[in-house]
Ligand binder design. Structure first.
Ligand SMILES: [Zn+2]
Length: 175
């Protein structure tokens, strides 16, 4: 069942690398070959986000207050969590810069400008990267997808050490 995630993870990785390529080309002021075919990356996001969202709902089970990134990416190594945070900050900064200077870089006679592509591709990188990390998290620690319970049977978050309902200590996981 969990192996079903692997093709989506591969797709997210390919999508990320393609978005990164488009992004670097756009930064260099070049449009990628294939014209508007590049917006296929827009559609690919929905393909990888559907399983990523379903998985993240499961990863957040038992979390009472909010859906947390820490919880969703609990199966990822630290560097991956920092990379996602970095991508998040970069995507927003990039989007702002790309669209604030747009008038100056229109041209090429085609419908797409490099500024537009630069703005969009930053977000594509973020979405593919996040989808990849969520799926990777679930694949590396599949027990995160199961429901954690305290010794008295209350539903708890995997990160809880004490049951918020009855206060019983929760035995630590050995994974
Ligand atoms: Zn309890």
């Amino acid at each position: 069942m969990i192996n079903l995630l692997i093709p989506f993870m591969a797709l997210a990785a390919i999508g990320f690398l393609m978005s990164l390529t488009v992004h670097i080309l756009a930064l260099a002021g070049t449009l990628p070959p294939g014209g508007e075919a590049v917006f296929g990356l827009h559609i690919g996001i929905f393909v990888v986000w559907l399983p990523a969202v379903l998985v993240s709902i499961r990863l957040n089970r038992g979390q009472r207050t909010r859906s947390s990134w820490k919880q969703m990416l609990a199966g990822c190594p630290n560097w991956m969590r920092y990379a996602v945070m970095g991508l998040f900050a970069y995507a927003f900064l990039n989007f702002f810069i790309a669209f604030s200077g747009q008038e100056h870089s229109r041209g090429h006679g085609s419908g797409i400008s490099t500024a537009e592509l630069r703005g969009f591709s930053g977000h594509w990188m973020l979405f593919y990267g996040m989808a990849f990390c969520i799926l990777f998290s679930a694949l590396r620690k599949p027990w995160l997808l199961s429901i954690a319970k305290c010794p008295a049977g209350h539903e708890v978050a995997h990160s809880d050490t004490f049951c918020p309902t009855c206060g019983k200590a929760i035995p630590p996981r050995n994974a």
